[in-house]
Design a binder for this molecule. Structure first.
Ligand SMILES: [Zn+2]
Length: 138
């Protein structure tokens, strides 16, 4: 059981508990390191605000390097004030955010989450084949 995973999600108070609860239950982690910004999937997908992107990456680094997180979740949610665009647009931004993180962390699993109008969390993108097979796996 990994102790930590990493979640990059919106600062919106409505999604905090659902996201953390979901990740703990589905991935059997003890703790979820949380990196919040208003609509962070837009920030990473656009990669325009370099200072802010750098700050997010510094926080991911702590989670991955110090806490040995093996999973990064990027999410978007219904009715996001910081990123007021529809679900499909946000899902595309999340996929781009995963691509962005993939370049930095080739060996970490990545997932994309959507939080709907009932504050229910679903996985819609998974990039979990990244880890090289261990020496005992042929
Ligand atoms: Zn939001």
């Amino acid at each position: 059981m990994d102790e930590f995973c990493t979640s990059i999600h919106c600062m919106d108070g409505r999604i905090q508990e659902p996201v953390i609860r979901f990740l703990k239950a589905r991935y059997q982690v003890k703790y979820v390191d949380v990196i919040t910004e208003p609509g962070p999937c837009r920030i990473l997908a656009e990669n325009r605000d370099k200072e802010l992107v750098k700050s997010i990456v510094e926080r991911i680094n702590i989670s991955v390097m110090k806490h040995k997180s093996q999973l990064i979740a990027v999410s978007g949610h219904h009715d996001c004030a910081g990123n007021p665009c529809d679900a499909d647009t946000q899902k595309n931004q999340i996929k781009k955010s995963i691509d962005f993180c993939r370049d930095l962390y080739p060996n970490i699993d990545m997932i994309g989450l959507w939080i709907d109008n009932n504050w229910e969390v679903t996985v819609f993108a998974e990039d979990v084949q990244a880890r090289p097979a261990g020496p005992d796996i042929k």
